[in-house]
Design a protein around this ligand. Structure first.
Ligand code: AMP
Ligand code: MG
Length: 475
């Protein structure tokens, strides 16, 4: 059968057995395909036909050896044993470009790592992950992707009874900082080495066989994460739950729970109801990533040098570079957001001053850059500070043809993002069986740089909410 040729075991026979538990299907009563990502399926070379029972977790090709992965992690700063409590890794799929990708079902039932949980997921949060991960992909930001959502026909019991659903997630891998924390804390050094070698082979193959490969591996992960977080910050994305188990080794965004995009530019913005301290606030994301990377470094110490003090010194030297690397990536993007291709002295201040004005006036982050891009400043309520900034910006960009400036800006400034109220509205209607709003929002956020004419509600400033918007962990 076609699937038997395409789906292969992931992790099994490549990593020591301590890293996973083999899984049997946990069948659901009445699977119904709710969403199918035709574009992604095309890239993967997957036909929808015959897939329903696979993406519902009712039947797996035997050769794929489905598993749940073991991992640990620091949740809000506290170390805990975790693991895939509600996800089954169906296997590895080779796409048409020859890349190998994990296919995982989120909400596929209990596993040995479920603790008290039911292993299931509700339809609303799975649709939310579907639309936001696809929006992130549209924004050009590395992310796991969503292939399908099926409703299971079974209820899930939360505060209320909700329809159950399963999301099919496609990822470069599901190796996390937390996987290394698990290895270091609970496994042997041989296991840890096997995990590092496997991660290198899978994500950083150019380092395989190099003498100092573990140090360079660490450096490469630091680099990818710095780049990733800079991209999040540049579009106003707040992940919401940057626990170390939610940080990938591949550099992809993973685990869309309480995430959301900010509207008004306020660096202190927090949406997640459980993040009462603001640990994962918008502006805290770059330093939190550094904290997570320090936890990652600790797991690698035995591989970095036989002398512990030397290993620490080597890791610290790399971690020390993180703020500089992050800022380099962030500035590269911010310059393009104001139409600058070749940075010059004073440009950093130009970026900072615009952000300062936005913060002081509570301007909408996305729409400020959009207004500057299309040259329609009517919605900005420009005060004197803005006008003097605008004069400096005009002078700075006057040497370059306006079309070139606009082109640079258009590629860096989304004209549409999945605004919280639009997502909520679409999910509410979907909950009542009407997918019209979901589908049109999905289409809009999938092409955020097109600047094609679009329903104006997608580009308008959001209405003032009566109460601050809150998100909840998608369990
Ligand atoms: P997350 O907040 O999605 O990153 O999940 C944190 C941990 O809780 C992971 O180990 C999940 O597998 C686990 N988890 C979340 N929801 C459930 C559930 N409904 N049943 C079992 N485990 C869960
Ligand atoms: Mg997680």
């Amino acid at each position: 059968m076609y699937l038997d040729d395409k789906l292969h075991a992931s992790y099994v026979n490549k990593l020591p057995e301590v890293f996973y538990s083999e899984m049997e299907p946990n069948p659901v009563s009445e699977p119904k395909l709710i969403k199918w990502n035709e574009e992604l399926a095309g890239q993967l070379g997957i036909k929808q036909e015959g897939m329903l029972n696979v993406v519902a977790g009712n039947r797996f090709p035997a050769v794929s050896k489905p598993i749940a992965q073991a991992y640990a992690g620091h949740q809000f700063g506290n170390f805990t044993m975790l693991g895939d409590g509600r996800a089954t890794l169906v296997g590895e799929w080779q796409n048409i470009a020859g890349e190998k990708l994990d296919m995982q079902l989120k909400g596929a039932g209990r596993t040995p790592y479920s603790r008290g949980g039911d292993g299931r997921a509700a339809l609303g949060p799975m649709l939310r992950e579907y639309i936001i991960s696809e929006a992130m992909h549209g924004l050009g930001i590395p992310t796991t992707r969503s292939l399908a959502v099926v409703s299971t026909g079974d209820p899930v019991y939360r505060e209320t009874v909700l329809p159950g659903a399963i999301l099919t997630r496609i990822a470069k891998s599901h190796l996390r900082v937390g996987t290394f924390e698990y290895a270091r804390r609970f496994c042997s050094e041989t296991d840890l080495t096997a995990l590092a070698d496997y991660s290198i082979e899978r994500h950083y193959p150019e380092l395989a066989g190099e003498q100092d490969r573990y140090l360079r591996f660490f450096q490469a992960v630091v680099d990818r994460q710095a780049s990733l977080i800079a991209q999040w910050v540049s579009v106003g994305f707040i992940h919401g739950v940057m626990n170390t188990d939610n940080m990938t080794i591949s550099g992809e965004t993973i685990d869309y729970g309480p995430c959301a995009f900010l509207d008004k530019y306020d660096p202190k913005t927090v949406f997640s109801s459980i993040d009462v301290q603001g640990r994962y606030a918008y502006a805290n994301q770059p330093p939190i990533a550094a904290w997570n990377l320090a936890r990652f470094a600790e797991t690698l110490l035995p591989l970095l040098d036989a002398v512990p003090e030397e290993a620490v010194k080597k890791a610290e030297a790399i971690l020390k570079e993180y703020p500089r690397i992050y800022r380099k990536y962030w500035l590269e993007i911010m310059y393009r957001k104001i139409g600058i291709q070749e940075a010059a002295a004073g440009d950093e201040v130009l970026v900072e001053d615009l952000l300062k004005w936005m913060e002081q006036t509570g301007a909408d982050y996305t729409n400020t850059f959009r207004a500057l891009t299309i040259g329609d400043l009517a919605t900005l309520e420009p005060n004197e500070d803005f006008l003097s900034w605008k004069k400096r910006w005009d002078e700075r960009t006057s040497a370059v043809r306006p079309e070139a400036v606009r082109q640079t800006m258009q590629k860096a400034n989304p004209h549409v993002i999945p605004r919280n109220y639009l997502v909520e509205e679409a999910l509410d209607a979907a909950g009542n069986g009407d997918y019209t709003l979901f589908d049109s929002l999905l289409e809009a956020v999938s092409k955020p740089y097109s600047y094609a004419s679009i329903d104006p509600k997608y580009t308008a400033n959001p209405p003032e909410p009566d109460e601050p918007f809150q998100t909840f962990c998608g369990t």
